[in-house]
Write a protein that binds this ligand. Structure first.
Ligand code: IPE
Ligand code: IPE
Ligand code: MG
Length: 261
């Protein structure tokens, strides 16, 4: 389905069931977007914030349950100090400025990643933003900051090891189900769609565990240009794909037939 035909459909007409419940985005290409205009990379990050706001609005409108955005990876500390500190300041500023609006729009905010490396001030701001929005029932917005998929799995393993050490769990009880309980976002819907903007075809240590069965969508569009129409293209592409979870297409069709009243 092309974008025009998708946009022509009323949101009500697209069966809610066929939409992804959980979408994650690797928001890449800010630096290149700025450089293409002869501006410093940080200008691209600032523009990227507008694209984040558009994406949040889009998901709320469409009734998507969870949106998880990769804002800063555990590897991004390797960037020049000046860029890292600008990104941190931007994060602080946006948290302070936008959280009331998010709250008003019934968005529940969570930050995932290793918070321990952030300044105390930033950690406090994060905790305050999460607690303000904790009871909200609308879109679940997860921001991955100092996040790495390997860190996530390692941290989950550490939690289980501590339980074994405390005599609360037997090592034989460690399996993918017990591990999954300690992986970030475990209490939300399974990740359905993973989008990467900016043209690179890799996952860059994002949701390694959670993406096991996610549909992958790569677009050359740079993050600051990823508007509602570009997001709609990604959703339309997802809707048109056949997800089989290891079954055959025939088995899925039979399942659909038997599920009908
Ligand atoms: C993604 O844009 C944003 C962050 C990693 C914070 P980049 O900064 O990676 O932009 P490019 O990929 O260099 O263009
Ligand atoms: C991935 O983008 C991280 C974020 C979008 C936050 P990068 O630009 O850091 O990824 P690599 O280094 O090109 O793999
Ligand atoms: Mg990049």
């Amino acid at each position: 389905m092309d974008n025009v035909s998708f946009m022509a459909l009323d949101a009500q007409q697209i069966a809610q069931q066929s939409l992804p419940k959980h979408v994650a985005i690797i928001m890449d290409g800010n630096g290149r977007w700025a450089q293409a205009q002869g501006r410093p990379r940080v200008y691209g990050h600032k523009k990227g914030v507008d694209a984040v706001k558009d994406a949040v609005k889009f998901c709320s409108k469409l009734g998507i349950e969870s949106l998880t955005l990769f804002a800063f990876s555990s590897e991004n500390w390797r960037r020049p100090e000046e860029e890292v500190s600008t990104l941190m300041e931007l994060f602080m500023m946006v948290l302070g400025r936008e959280v009331k609006k998010l709250h008003k729009n019934n968005v529940k905010l969570s930050i995932i990643g290793d918070m321990s490396r952030f300044s105390n001030k930033l950690q406090e701001k994060i905790a305050a933003a999460e607690s303000l929005t904790a009871e909200n029932t609308g879109l679940r917005l997860n921001i991955a900051a100092n996040y790495g998929g390997r860190w996530d799995i390692g941290y989950a393993a550490q939690q289980l090891a501590k339980q074994v050490q405390a005599g609360e769990l037997s090592a034989d009880d460690i399996d993918e189900h017990s591990l999954a309980k300690h992986i970030s976002l475990n209490e939300q819907s399974e990740l359905d769609l993973l989008i990467r903007t900016g043209g690179d075809l890799r996952i860059s240590n994002f949701l390694l565990w959670q993406a096991a069965y996610a549909e992958l969508y790569f677009t050359p569009t740079l993050w600051p240009d990823f508007n509602e129409s570009a997001f709609a293209d990604a959703i339309a592409c997802y809707v048109s794909r056949e997800r089989r979870f290891g079954c055959t297409g025939e088995q899925i069709k039979q399942l659909l037939c038997t599920a009908q009243p």
